[in-house]
Write a protein that binds this ligand. Structure first.
Ligand code: BGC
Length: 766
């Protein structure tokens, strides 16, 4: 370990023992000194963030030459003439090695610290949302949706810790993660980036991810921690159309009860920064919504950290949303609403010029500027950037290590969810002839999804070629003599191509006939944001045809889904003996799946969303009573209006668990009481297994029609065959409350039903 890191760690530990207030005072004093020295132009520059291509040698700001190198003239213009204080992203949408990152960021910091009048380090930010997206050789984890399926917060903590370490190994101290958007609409192209549909699950996982990123006490001066950025505040993932950055209409009580809790929990957990929703709620673009950005976020939630825009969203107020009649007015609206840093990303000159003018004209108050700059400088001090503006990869020996890979593998193994296992066809019998079919069967790209080595993840097959695809992992596990692969169809061919040539389909049929079992790997190719918009949630026609063709061979079919959101599979599900959801399980997802297929790992994932059966029947498990037409057999299997394929929380195991003896400490309670709810869980099968024990509640009557049930607590446990454990949860009236028509949290007197598995007890709030 170098002297630099040893000294950083020593400083961090010394600071750790200082009272928190003393630390804050010291930083505040330093900020005061700096603020007094800074000109208005320098302050405004701190509020500007540009993308790396802007300062790279290249034809235009949109594209740099490769290999990337900084253009000193451009860099000096941005940093010395306009005092730009923050840079984000990679150049040319390409991942770089830690060595390259170190060289780029060292040069940037050198200029900022040594050549500028004010000597303030640059705050570099990146999207490392499931591991180090933009660093080659780092550890890619499952996406958040898969972490949620583990129902094990330790996996979020592990991902946070490894990602923080490897992001700092790349010289970068600020991570635009976690995504805390509530995934209520499966069409939304960023569904996989969040923790699914449940506000409580999202809060619990989000807190752990932040702890992993920022560490105990949020001491981000530790060179192995990064500042997190919770996003996208607020209500981003629920546009009416399901398409990215299109309008959402959300009543305040809904915003508060469902969308806000994960953000509130993250703010209470000390998250350092927040990114704003690019969208529009109730006609108001969130970037100029004073009520959300200042009244709610600052005044009510008490958020003290830094507020950054999303990409180009101040300009969007003028050019896209037409609420500002000029770019200058857009700057005024956003800064006055409460924005601290503008992710500009290209035209920094006009942002800086307009903001200086607005202050001089009295349209934006000096205080607002000082307030924003104070927060930016505080973060730079907290990250220890003034003393150590860049961390060095040589101090991070565990970067890309097997130890880190194991955390990713474990998370994938706990996430992969067994949705159907007719006649216990799984685990597979050793020695069976296995045919792997489908476009997702031999692709590292589809295992990782978007935000993997590039924005859309299209480079993954090349960069992660050393890791195992599903086919490669199965081949390794079951022996090459037993396993073969045929894609059958590719995403970019048309259905007509296959129907006319029959090339793929005929071969698939023949090969399927020669095998004992078919592993049919279907789903989605990688995407995020606009490119991931859908016109239909149905699985692509091509893949449906392939599944039908495969089934004609009359061999057992295991459908392996590899997708960022639940694509409709109703037509082909009955043709499959088993169904496994892998989500986007990351670089070790193929290996984890092979372990599950072979029975070395007993599956324990549970769906963090409701899997719909038809694209016009979308809903969540916490729907209203009127949405249930008729309950069929099975836990959550409605016919008619609310047709669903699999319910939230669904997931099978190779063993069975039974629940008994549910008890609650009292049946009448007041606002001061704590209820202790307990239950026995027994593994009645033949092998060790993990189970997620979930406690739900139903408010029987309420002034607003209540949700049929809500998840209130959960715990993942492991039980040996025959073992029983008693699990207890604590609840108070606050946990059972909802937001009423006056937008206030309330627990109304009356009956509540508490439910664990099929056990239930009624309690009464007085
Ligand atoms: C995304 C953000 C991301 C930002 C920077 C935007 O397009 O919406 O989630 O952090 O780009 O890459």
């Amino acid at each position: 370990m170098s002297e630099k890191v040893i000294s950083c760690l020593t400083i961090s530990w010394a600071l750790f023992f200082l009272p928190i207030n003393a630390l804050a005072d010291k930083i505040d004093d330093k900020i005061d000194v700096l603020l007094k020295k800074m000109t208005l132009e320098e302050k405004v520059g701190q509020m500007a963030q540009i993308t790396l291509d802007v300062v790279g040698k290249g034809k235009s700001r949109l594209e740099s030459y490769e290999p990337f190198s900084l253009d000193t003239i451009k860099l000096e213009d941005a940093l010395l003439n306009y005092h730009v204080g923050s840079i984000l992203n990679t150049a040319n949408n390409k991942a770089r090695t830690p060595q390259v990152w170190h060289s780029i960021i060292s040069q940037i910091q050198d200029l900022a610290m040594n050549k500028s009048h004010i000597k303030i380090p640059i705050l570099y930010g990146i999207d490392a949302i499931h591991g180090t997206t933009y660093t080659i050789g780092g550890t890619l984890f499952p996406h958040e949706i898969a972490l949620a399926a583990t129902f094990n917060p330790a996996n979020a903590l592990n991902m946070g810790e490894v990602t923080a370490y490897e992001t700092r190994a790349s010289g970068i101290p600020w991570n635009f993660s976690p995504v805390l958007d509530l995934g209520l609409n499966p069409c939304f192209p960023r569904q996989f980036e969040g923790f699914g549909e449940d506000p409580y699950l999202g809060s619990v996982m989000g807190i752990q991810l932040i702890k992993g990123y920022e560490g105990i006490n949020n001491d981000v001066s530790n060179p192995r921690k990064v500042a997190s950025c919770i996003k996208h505040f607020l209500g981003y993932a629920v546009p009416i159309s399901g398409k990215d950055r299109t309008p959402a209409y959300i009543p305040e009580n809904i915003l508060r009860e469902y969308h806000l809790p994960a953000f509130k929990a993250a703010i209470d957990a000390g998250a350092k920064t927040i990114m704003i929703n690019s969208g529009i709620i109730n006609g108001i673009p969130v970037h100029c919504n004073y009520a959300l950005l200042t009244k709610l976020l600052r005044e009510e939630l008490g958020f003290k950290g830094l507020v950054v825009t999303d990409w180009g969203d101040i300009e969007n107020l003028h050019t896209r949303d037409h609420v500002a009649s000029s770019d200058k007015e857009a700057v005024k609206m956003a800064i006055n609403a409460g924005i601290d840093i503008s992710m500009i990303a290209y035209n920094y000159e006009s942002f800086c010029k307009y903001l200086v003018q607005l202050v001089n004209e009295g349209e934006v108050k000096q205080n607002r500027i000082n307030d924003a700059v104070r927060r930016i400088l505080r973060l730079k001090f907290e990250l220890d950037l003034f003393e150590h503006p860049v961390t060095n990869y040589t101090d991070y020996p565990k970067f890309g290590s097997d130890e880190f890979a194991k955390y990713s593998y474990n998370a994938a193994a706990e996430a992969i969810t067994l949705l159907k296992n007719k006649n216990e066809i799984l685990p597979l019998i050793k020695g069976e002839k296995i045919l792997v079919v489908g476009p997702n069967g031999n692709s590292m790209r589809s295992l990782n999804g978007g935000w993997s080595y590039s924005w859309q993840g299209e480079k993954t097959d090349t960069i992660a070629s050393g890791q195992n695809t599903i086919f490669e992992a199965i081949e390794k596990r079951f022996g090459p003599e037993n396993v073969s692969y045929i894609a059958g169809v590719q995403y970019d061919n048309t259905i007509e191509y296959y129907k006319e040539t029959k090339v793929g389909f005929d071969k698939v049929f023949q090969k399927a006939q020669q095998s004992d079992v078919v592993i049919l790997c279907l789903g989605e190719n990688s995407y995020t944001e606009g490119p991931g918009n859908l016109n239909s949630l149905n699985l692509s026609e091509l893949q449906i045809e392939l599944a039908i063709e495969v089934s004609k061979a009359a061999k057992p079919v295991v459908l392996v889904l590899n997708e960022g959101r639940p694509r409709i599979i109703a037509v082909i599900e009955p043709l499959c003996n088993a169904v496994i959801q892998t989500f986007l399980p990351g670089n070790y997802g193929g290996d984890a799946l092979a372990s599950i297929l072979s029975g070395d790992i007993n599956p324990s994932g549970k769906l963090p969303y409701t899997y719909p059966k038809a694209s016009n029947s979308l809903g969540t498990y916490f729907h209203k009573p009127s949405e249930v037409v008729k309950t069929m057999e099975g836990a959550y299997n409605y016919s008619g209006d609310f047709a669903l394929q699999y319910p939230f929380g669904w997931g099978l195991s190779y063993t069975n668990f039974t629940y008994s003896n549910m008890k609650v400490s009292k049946t009448k309670f007041t606002k001061d009481d704590e209820l202790l709810v307990s239950v026995d869980v027994m593994n009645v099968g033949k092998r060790i297994g993990k189970e997620v024990v979930m406690l739900y509640s139903s408010d029987i009557y309420a002034s607003l029609t209540p949700d049929v049930k809500r998840l209130r607590r959960f715990e993942k446990i492991e039980l040996r065959a025959g073992e029983t454990k008693r699990i207890s949860f604590k609840l108070t009236a606050k946990d059972l409350a909802f937001v009423n028509q006056n937008n206030k949290w309330i627990c109304e007197p009356g009956e509540f039903k508490l439910m664990i598995d099929k056990q239930s007890i009624s309690v009464f709030f007085e």
